[in-house]
Design a protein. Structure first.
Lengths: 349, 349
């Protein structure tokens, strides 16, 4: 478990195949000088894909394996193939310290189960969380976590998620003190579950954290761009993420329907194409690709199954940034602050 | 608590004032022949507003009061003014049986607290829930509940919400057997909390309900139009509702920004205006106005604070339909089925 700039790539995951994965990794390599890769998967197909990318070819070694984790495979079944699949072996490389990070576009549940089992949670973290970047109306994306790894969470989990999310935002968006809020059903102190209220008071009392914690936010403010990290349990986080995706699709579907409702609209649509392109670009998941499992002894990044080369490049870029900035160390630092505070409080009682 | 076609109106609630409320009620009156109203609030202002609506004037009596519940008033404070405010007195009229339903565009928290205290939950219901209609890509809206009345819910609560939501969908959308699903973070049986899984098995076993229960749905499928009722606890329901509202606003804001980014886009926008109008119409909350507190001994409908006359008319229409179709009786029927099943199971043990 080192931070050497070496990333293990599951070349076989994702719906778009080896060629798209390799094109994406090659693009990321151009942004990160000195980065090296081990590419896990079918050697013949990887080699063929590398033909177009001499820069990546020169920076990579191939580790052949036959096994692949299926997109619909249950995590429990996938776990049995940890040592024979491209996904499993990429994670093993992180465990052995041969790589600092792993990137896969495969089955999320399997990736999480394998990562947890192989890498274990880092000291001070009870449960890892799944974090991702979402688009906003502001200049930066917003980090949301947990997006589904933990269905039920207590106050301690939520506090740890806040610490991990803030560390991720500092690295991914170059912020010194990210604005962190807990997702709630109102912004008044009285609102929400006991767990959320307790987490809020712990975070308020912890003054030395590298974040600016400011209470609660609500579902309608996720994309406003005035918050950098939104923390929730995995159930409501997953509901919020999917509702946002579904609603964005719903509105653009309505728009498409409206634009094809008359010849006049069709003409308007043609003229407005650059504007529509801007919208599409902003909502494009490839622009915000790279969900991260935070809280493990090692960096694991999940690329969208349907990501294009640009999307894959963004996911690899996220992994490289997390390695370069040593996210594990940053999380450890903030956790130590919270633990010191808890100890001082216990001693004072 | 009768079902006579008489509705108590809180004339003072809402951001748009007495005139908009009266215009909306007058519009609803035209759709429901024989409906009568008691209008609670400032007599002078109500009378002035009625000048434009002789049809409503002829079908109404005015009950003057000076007190108003403030938009930002805490529910606990509002409760003390149950007998002196337009909102409180409208609910009292339902309690006394003088009206079958109350409609208010005022403070949601205060309306819920006052309604619960005055009307109490109906037999067989542990907790009332807040339900609303949301737009979909299909022909019908979708009923969502609970939207924030109950932060934490057990399986029994969720089952009762399903029964109430199905009854509401039958009335509001004229469906004989609404398709009901529980909101979850996946559609596989293994997904979600214990409460959700237990609620699903109770609903699956209850064969004689007037609904077609079909397991789980996810946040990205809320607006697809293939489900009629989506059931959740009040926390995730509120998160989903607000995230949907916020994302719709986010996308339309992006669109506006894109359309004003160049002269070409502006021209395109002008030509596409009818298309944009269609989109706006579909997303307009006034089209889907009328959130309902289900599970009380009496019908209480909450109109959006910012609703226009058309929105208010829709809220009053919802109240009238719930009265005409005797929603309380429909809920009672389905609850009896579930209780009979539970008894039979206990006896069999």
């Amino acid at each position: 478990m080192t931070n050497k700039p070496h990333i293990a790539i599951d070349a076989m995951g994702g719906d778009e195949g080896v060629r798209v994965m390799m094109a994406g990794v090659a693009e990321a390599r151009r942004r990160h000088d000195g980065l090296r890769f081990t590419l896990f998967g079918d050697e013949t197909r990887i080699k063929a894909a590398l033909d177009n990318h001499p820069n990546l070819n020169a920076a990579s070694e191939i580790a052949h394996c036959d096994g692949v984790v299926d997109a619909n495979e249950k995590p429990a079944t996938a776990l049995r193939k940890a040592n024979s699949t491209s996904m499993g072996l990429a994670i093993q490389a992180v465990k052995k310290g041969e790589a600092g990070a792993a990137v896969s576009a495969g089955n999320t549940g399997a990736l999480m189960a394998m990562s947890k089992l192989a890498l274990r949670t880092m000291p001070g973290i009870d449960r890892p969380a799944l974090a991702a970047l979402l688009p906003t109306l502001g200049d930066n994306d917003v980090v949301m976590l947990d997006l589904g790894a933990n269905t039920e969470c207590d106050a301690r989990n939520l506090v740890q998620f806040a610490v991990m999310g803030a560390a991720y935002a500092r690295v991914a968006m170059d912020l010194s003190s990210p604005r962190v809020r807990l997702l709630n059903i109102g912004t008044e102190d009285l609102k929400g579950t006991g767990e959320i209220k307790d987490a809020a008071s712990i975070l308020r009392e912890s003054a030395d954290l590298q974040m600016s914690f400011d209470g609660f936010t609500e579902g309608d403010k996720l994309a406003r761009g005035d918050v950098d990290v939104i923390v929730s349990d995995g159930f409501s986080g997953n509901v919020a993420l999917k509702t946002a995706e579904g609603t964005a699709r719903f509105v653009t579907d309505l728009l498409r329907r409206a634009f094809t409702s008359s010849i006049r609209s069709k003409i308007g649509f043609l003229i407005s194409k650059p504007a529509m392109h801007l919208l599409k670009h902003h909502l494009d998941p490839n622009q915000h690709n790279g969900a991260v499992f935070l809280g493990l002894n090692g960096v694991v990044v999940k690329s969208h199954g349907g990501a294009n080369a640009k999307g894959v490049a963004n996911a690899v870029h996220v992994a490289a940034r997390l390695l370069e900035e040593d996210i594990t160390q940053r999380i450890t630092h903030d956790l130590a602050q919270i633990h010191a505070l808890a100890k001082a409080e216990t001693a004072a009682k």
